[in-house]
Design a protein around this ligand. Structure first.
Ligand SMILES: [Cu+2]
Length: 69
């Protein structure tokens, strides 16, 4: 498993947090995700043979949030 921390802009409440968490969890190959509203970030464990950080980031963007680099 690889770990990736993604900085996310635009989450305002618990609903946003859940939306982002679900979007990431639905990416095939994601093992675990923990989204922090306070820290504005997601910590993701994923299987590098199945997915990659770019795919996970794009799922966040598709859900309507901004990924910071
Ligand atoms: Cu919200």
């Amino acid at each position: 498993m690889n770990q990736e921390t993604i900085k996310i802009e635009g989450m305002m409440c618990g609903h946003c947090q859940m939306t982002v968490e679900k979007a990431i969890r639905d990416v095939k190959g994601v093992q675990d995700v923990n989204v922090s509203l306070g820290d504005k970030q997601a910590e993701v464990s994923y299987n590098p043979g199945i997915t990659d950080p770019a795919t996970i980031r794009s799922a966040v963007v598709k859900a309507g949030y901004k990924v910071m680099d």
